[in-house]
Every structure is written in structure tokens, then in C-alpha cells.
Design a protein around this ligand. Structure first.
Ligand code: ZN
Length: 441
């Protein structure tokens, strides 16, 4: 693995941080729709190799169906003085995601039942969606809601306008970029693009992923391939897996889901379901190498796309890397999850963890047995043909067979050496011999 020249982490992060803060965060996005496509096209400006893929609304993906494409051009509430008292133009979070279209004069009482706020965080606008149940609503600060209740009489009327549309001939879009390496083995980096205007629970993952692409693009040669995906959370990862599962199952050796990776609080992570994959080992090694104290969350606390990646039958070796985990910080899913919470310093910290873990996976030799059942060693001259009392030869054969047993794509040389009780040098020698005989790749 040779690098061409050095970009500093700071410079890379800083560029994408500014892009996210000034441009990406302004785009109203959802699991489908023009906003998400716009974001992907902005990423593509920097990385021409990004493939923007689309799946048609209504298409069956495992137990789900791709929803209709949702778009909105305007959403506001007008009072009796003809004043817009809530307006989507002021904040992307003001509209309940996937709201139905409406254009109606309604009573104060009715309006209040469609206003969502957080009494415990009176200055925060909540982020809410209703993807799979027809509904409409506005999200406001609790202060704003209380003001409306106080200011207007019970007989006052309000005009509610939501210019939204559902297109059942539409698409769900996601982005995919491959940095091809020498071997077929791949590392997957996944992040999501469907939470509008939120910095940690969303854009931090995009910033970190773009920074990683920029960083690894400068490698003259990569030992393994790196695949990056930018998907709408849940439905997007399900769609992606439904299209690519067989490929991923044969080539993926590790992967990371990047989410909430840009604040300055403690580092944390969630390992894969059984905590026994290369992604887990390398992530723990990375924290150790960087001297970072971290919190590991139990898999029972999962909430992002690790839910899909680790499902039975999917079983991909993917862990999640966070600073403050989603759901565990007060600004989560509110307008307070902004670029004051997410900082360049916080992001550099998260980026370094991901980069170090990926570098560790890249360096690992993970042999894969190329034949089913035990190979016939005799015809390759790797087995004593006449059984003599030659114990050394028998021992070596035993080491070959042990090595092959554990070459199932889950273990690197170091782990195999530990399992089969053989020193690292001998393990490496055996690997080279078996490779020469085309028994492992
Ligand atoms: Zn979220």
C-alpha cells in the first residue's frame, strides 16, 4: 500500500465540513425525492466515479416495498392576519416528513392536534416523519406552540398549505462508489442521507465518508477494495442489500456504518452481533492504537443500519462507529443537532478512528480456502504417501489441515496462528505454500 502524497486530515475534513454546513444541510431531504438526489449530485461533483442508482417505487425489496417518491415545494400555516406563522422555508424540520398534501381552512383546535413539539426542550424543533402512515403535521418549538395557543382565540381560523406529492412511478436513489484494490476482498463504508438539516445524526457520516474517499483516492495501490454507499436509512440499506447480497457475502471482509461521528464527546461504537468479525477486531485495535477510551454499546441498543447488516441470513461483518451514539445525546433528532454540536475537531477525531480501523483491515491477510471439504494433499506432494513413523511430516500435514479449516474468510493470519497454536512465522510459511498450490486465496 503506497500513498502518493499527503493531504492533512484537517484540510480534508475542513473542506467537507464547510460544504455540509453551508450547502448540504440546506437541502430538504427524505428517503426519496429530489433533495436526496441533489445531495448525491453534489457528492458526484467531487467524485465522478459515484454511481447514482435508482430503484422504482413499488418494487419489492425483501419484506418491504420501495415507497412512492415524495416531494414538497411549499408548506406553511397562515393566520387571520394573513401572516405565515409556520413556514418550511425557515427550517426543513418544520414539516412532518412524508406529509400528505393539504390546502384547507381549519380551526385552532384542529391545528394544535397537528403541531408537534418537545415540552422538555422548549427551544428545539423535533425531527419527525410518517413514512408508512398517511398523516400531515408541522414540527415547532414548544415555545412557538405555546405562543399560538396563547395568542389566538378558539374561533380563529388558519389556512394550512402543504404542496406535497407522492409519485408511485418515482424512485429511491442511493449512491455507490468503488475504489478498486488488488484483491477481490472488500471493505464497505455505509452512511445515510435522509435526515434533513441534522449535523451529527446524518451529515457527519457523509462528511466522514467523503473525507475517507478523498484520502484513499490518493493511494497508488490498495490491497483491498473500498466500497462506499450513501443510502436512505433502513429502506435504502434494505434496498441495497436486496440487490447486492450475494456479492457482498462472497467478497466483504469488514465494514463500518458511520453515524453521529462528529461531536466532541466521548467516542463510542457498536460491534457486530457476535463481536467476532474483522471489523470488530480492527476497530478495537484502532482505539487502542490511538489511545482512545471508548464506550461499547450492546447490540441490543441498535438503531441504525447495523440492524439490517447483521440480520439473520444477511450476517455481514459490519460494526458502527460513533462519537455520541444516536438516541444518547439531548440534541438528537432535533434542530439542536447542528454545526455547533458537530465541529471540525470532533469530526477529525471520528475520521481518525474510521481511517485507522480501515487501514488495519487493509493490511490484514485473510486467507480463503478454495476447495470444498479437505483437499487431496497427496497428489500435491503435501502428504506423506507411505505412512511411516515420520512424526515431523505428520505434524506439518496437521498444520496444513488446521490452517485450511480456519481459512473461511473470517480470520486473519494472526488469529489463525493463535487458534492452531503455531507461531506467526510458521503460519505465514504455511500460508505461502498453500497459496502456491492454489488451495487458499
Ligand atoms: Zn436518526
Amino acid at each position: 500500500m503506497r500513498k502518493n502524497f499527503n493531504f492533512s486530515d484537517k484540510k480534508i475534513i475542513s473542506d467537507y465540513y464547510n460544504l455540509a454546513k453551508t450547502e448540504l444541510s440546506q437541502i430538504n431531504r427524505s428517503i426519496t425525492g429530489k433533495g436526496t438526489l441533489k445531495l448525491l449530485n453534489i457528492i458526484k461533483k467531487d467524485f465522478k466515479d459515484l454511481k447514482i442508482c435508482k430503484i422504482r417505487s413499488g418494487e419489492k425489496i425483501f419484506d418491504w416495498k420501495v415507497p412512492s417518491e415524495w416531494n414538497v415545494s411549499a408548506a406553511y400555516v397562515v393566520d387571520k392576519y394573513d401572516k405565515k406563522i409556520i413556514n418550511l422555508d425557515n427550517n426543513n424540520l418544520h414539516l412532518l416528513g412524508y406529509s400528505m398534501p393539504i390546502n384547507k381552512i381549519i380551526s385552532k383546535r384542529k391545528l394544535i392536534t397537528h403541531l408537534y413539539s418537545l415540552p422538555n426542550q422548549p427551544n428545539a424543533i423535533p425531527y419527525l416523519t410518517s413514512y408508512y402512515q398517511k398523516n400531515w403535521g408541522f414540527c415547532v418549538t414548544d415555545k412557538q406552540k405555546k405562543n399560538i395557543i396563547k395568542k389566538y382565540n378558539s374561533i380563529d381560523k388558519f389556512k394550512v398549505v402543504i404542496n406535497s406529492s407522492f409519485n408511485n412511478q418515482g424512485y429511491l436513489n442511493y449512491g455507490e462508489l468503488l475504489l478498486k484494490g488488488k484483491s477481490k476482498q472488500e471493505i464497505l463504508i455505509s452512511t445515510y442521507i435522509c435526515h434533513p438539516s441534522m449535523a451529527n445524526d446524518e451529515l457527519s457520516g457523509t462528511i466522514a465518508s467523503m473525507s475517507l474517499i478523498k484520502y484513499y483516492k490518493n493511494f497508488k495501490e490498495l490491497n483491498k477494495s473500498l466500497r462506499f454507499i450513501f443510502v436512505p436509512e433502513t429502506i435504502g440499506s434494505i434496498a441495497y442489500l436486496s440487490k447486492n447480497l450475494n456479492y457482498l457475502k462472497s467478497n466483504l471482509i469488514a465494514g463500518y456504518n458511520l453515524t453521529c461521528i462528529g461531536d466532541e464527546k466521548k467516542h463510542s461504537c457498536m460491534l457486530s452481533k457476535y463481536r467476532n468479525t474483522q471489523a470488530d477486531y480492527s476497530l478495537m485495535e484502532a482505539y487502542k492504537k490511538l489511545n482512545i477510551k471508548y464506550k461499547e454499546y450492546n447490540f441490543l441498543k441498535r438503531g441504525s443500519d447495523e440492524r439490517q447488516f447483521n440480520s439473520p441470513g444477511i450476517d455481514l461483518p459490519i460494526a458502527s462507529i460513533f462519537r455520541s451514539k444516536y438516541g444518547e445525546f439531548p440534541e438528537y433528532h432535533t434542530s439542536l443537532d447542528n454545526f455547533e454540536l458537530v465541529t471540525k475537531k470532533g469530526l477529525i477525531g471520528g475520521f481518525k478512528v474510521a481511517k485507522t480501523a480501515i487501514n488495519l483491515v487493509l493490511k490484514k491477510i485473510i486467507p480463503i480456502n478454495l476447495v470444498l471439504c479437505e483437499p487431496q494433499m497427496g497428489k500435491r506432494g503435501l502428504y506423506p504417501m507411505v505412512s511411516k513413523k515420520d512424526n515431523t511430516l505428520k505434524k506439518i500435514t496437521r498444520h496444513y489441515m488446521n490452517f485450511l479449516q480456519y481459512s473461511d474468510g473470517k480470520n486473519d493470519l494472526e488469529i489463525i496462528s493463535k487458534i492452531i497454536n503455531l507461531d506467526k512465522n510458521m503460519t505465514l510459511k504455511i500460508y505461502n505454500i498453500l497459496k502456491k498450490h492454489k488451495l487458499v486465496a
